[in-house]
Design a protein around this ligand. Structure first.
Ligand code: ZN
Length: 340
């Protein structure tokens, strides 16, 4: 019966001109429409991607408000599934580029992203499905869009000429979020593109092959050492309280760098370094790793009990029993789940 209702709904959608029009408006390659966008705004916290992973932090003001400890369990790295079957495929942030500056240390400070030279007005597109966390003029970054994705990553698109999306708007992989420009502190027209996990930046070339224009692998492995936990927070210290965030103060750009942003434009370093994340032992479970025949699954971002059960051809009930879990138990990254 349900199938029949779905079929009827599907046919109704196909034959409704009004919905056709909506579809057209939402086409990522068409222009931006404010009315379409407003219908796509998230309204509840459960719609925020990776909300619990980010310890319920969601703000539209700052790129990085504070360092969040990452529980690596007993592992030295973390594995992230980039695209899952229920999400749209990865899309390159732009076409036809030339890498003009790589990620990493350079004169003037740490370069927190990769620079891709483009022509003014070239389309800039979102890499994965997600929700826009920031869309605004942001100090030396200029016009900037930050998107939080369902895979747990955030991507940053800076120095834009125009922004096509608004904060809290749901976006899809390949959807245009703006056009290339040189806003903020940019020496010429280019996209400053960043990849971040739990606010910490890492080299985009770890994830994307900029030669072939595709993901290197659908599983991204990030070692603890590759995340820069010691970077001073970008937001003023006061913003770290629970009080509403104050108006961001423009931070001075470094005099020598002509390809901002760098971490040199972060809030002034304090003598107290940001605490390193404590490595927490994996939660106890009844799994006996030495028991021959047992299979242990390490939880990666995006995992659910249902997904794990499906992957190993078992049921959620069996997983709950094997691991002394309840249906409300929250999975943690790096947690070992006995599946057999
Ligand atoms: Zn840059």
């Amino acid at each position: 019966m349900k199938k029949i209702i779905n079929l009827i709904l599907f046919i109704a959608i196909l034959s409704t001109p009004w919905l056709h029009a909506q579809d057209d408006v939402l086409n990522p390659y068409e222009g931006h429409s404010a009315s379409a966008a407003s219908e796509n705004l998230i309204t509840e916290s459960y719609q925020i991607p990776s909300y619990n992973l980010y310890l319920q932090d969601w703000n539209n003001e700052y790129l990085k408000i504070k360092s969040l400890g990452i529980s690596f369990g007993n592992n030295d790295d973390i594995k992230i599934i980039l695209v899952e079957s229920h999400n749209n495929a990865f899309a390159m942030p732009c076409d036809m580029y030339k890498i003009t500056s790589k990620y990493g240390n350079r004169k003037g400070g740490m370069h927190t992203g990769i620079d891709l030279a483009l022509t003014k007005g070239a389309p800039i597109r979102c890499c994965f499905d997600g929700v826009v966390r920031m869309a605004k003029e942001y100090s030396s970054y200029g016009k900037t869009v930050v998107v939080r994705h369902y895979n747990g990553l955030e991507t940053v698109y800076a120095h834009l000429d125009s922004i096509y999306v608004q904060p809290n708007e749901m976006v899809r992989a390949g959807q245009q979020v703006g056009t290339a420009g040189s806003s903020g502190r940019a020496s010429g027209v280019h996209l400053h593109f960043e990849t971040r996990f739990l606010y910490e930046h890492f080299d985009p070339e770890k994830m994307i092959d900029f030669g072939s224009g595709d993901l290197i692998s659908n599983i991204l492995t990030i070692a603890k050492s590759e995340l820069d936990f010691d970077t001073a927070p970008e937001a003023p210290a006061a913003a770290q309280t629970s009080a509403p965030a104050p108006t961001p103060t423009p931070t001075p750009a470094p005099a020598t760098a002509n390809n901002a942003p760098t971490t040199a434009n972060n809030a002034p370093a304090t003598t107290n370094p940001t605490p390193k994340p404590t490595s927490q032992p994996a939660p106890n479970n009844t799994a006996n790793n030495n028991n021959s025949g047992s299979v242990i699954h390490t939880v990666v971002s995006g995992d659910t009990l249902y997904a794990i059960a499906r992957k190993y051809g078992t049921t959620v009930d069996k997983l709950l029993k094997l691991n002394n879990l309840t249906e409300n138990s929250k999975l943690q990254l790096g947690q070992k789940i006995r599946v057999k």
